[in-house]
Write a protein that binds this ligand. Structure first.
Ligand code: ADP
Ligand code: MG
Length: 247
């Protein structure tokens, strides 16, 4: 069953065309890697799927769980089960992590018609996730991403991902800024999201995170287009030969 269908998507930012005729689909439980050189449009695609207001969809369609979400608001997409972990998470001074996470969690659960639970059960759940990501419990009184290291920001994205329990988790360069130890911890967290009920769309230009994501398929972008489709072996081939072999 297709969870996501992207059909002939053409996208611009201002007067600049960025994505050309992008078509692909993701089935339920599938992990798909999107690879490609810098500037090939990977982040734009990830952002457009989540409804980022900087981008205009000129033509094409995004269907998620059978629903046309091409022009849906980001919060509607989140409620439907989409989540995007940003390549460059913003620092938001004054936004304390615990109330932010609890509010986001409650809103999502309610929007999906699920019990939100009380603050105590949320705290238990949060502490569990913090433990898995091996970050300190005092983290939750810090402000969102403020003075976080690159690796901590990525862990904060994974924490939000875990709490959001999406059907399709889009991760944009989740491995960037992670040292080897942090990558192992993040990789283990990502492995836990791999269930028959969750699909993963992982944007990366390195293969190293793919040992955890274990993609079923690899899509390669270049110049705002999809230039290649293949199995997991394509990632290894790109690592060896570099993206220039595509041109
Ligand atoms: P990647 O993630 O593959 O490195 P991006 O999607 O970030 O690539 O960028 C693709 C191209 O689109 C680049 O040339 C980039 O400068 C341009 N671009 C991305 N976002 C915007 C924007 N908001 N406004 C103008 N140009 C943009
Ligand atoms: Mg990018």
């Amino acid at each position: 069953m297709n969870i996501l269908e992207v059909k002939n998507l053409n996208v611009a930012a201002g007067d600049k065309n960025i994505l050309y005729d992008i078509s692909f689909s993701v089935t339920l439980g599938e992990s798909v890697a999107i690879m490609g050189p810098n500037g090939s449009g990977k982040s734009t695609l990830a952002n457009v799927l989540m409804g980022h207001p900087d981008y205009q969809i000129l033509s094409g369609q995004i269907i998620f769980r059978g629903q046309d979400i091409t022009f849906a608001k980001p919060e509607e997409r989140a409620a439907a089960g989409l989540f995007l972990a940003f390549q460059e998470p913003r620092e938001i001074a004054g936004l304390e992590l615990f109330p932010f996470l609890f509010d986001a969690y409650k809103s999502l659960r309610l929007a999906r018609g699920q019990e939100a639970g009380d603050i105590f059960s949320f705290k238990v759940k949060l502490d569990d996730e913090l433990h898995d990501l091996q970050v300190k419990n005092d983290w939750s009184s810090r402000h969102l991403n403020q003075d976080f290291s690159g690796g901590e920001k990525k862990k904060a994205e994974l924490l939000q991902l875990a709490l959001a329990a999406p059907t399709l988790a889009i991760m944009d360069e989740i491995d960037s800024g992670l040292d080897v130890d942090a990558l192992t911890i993040a990789g283990q967290a990502i492995s836990r999201f791999k269930t028959p009920q969750t699909s993963i769309l992982a944007v990366t230009h390195y293969q190293r995170v793919l040992q955890y994501i274990k993609p079923d398929r690899v899509i390669v972008m270049s110049g705002g287009r999809i230039v290649k489709n293949g199995g997991a072996e394509l990632a290894a081939q790109l690592e060896q030969e570099g993206f220039s072999s595509l041109e």
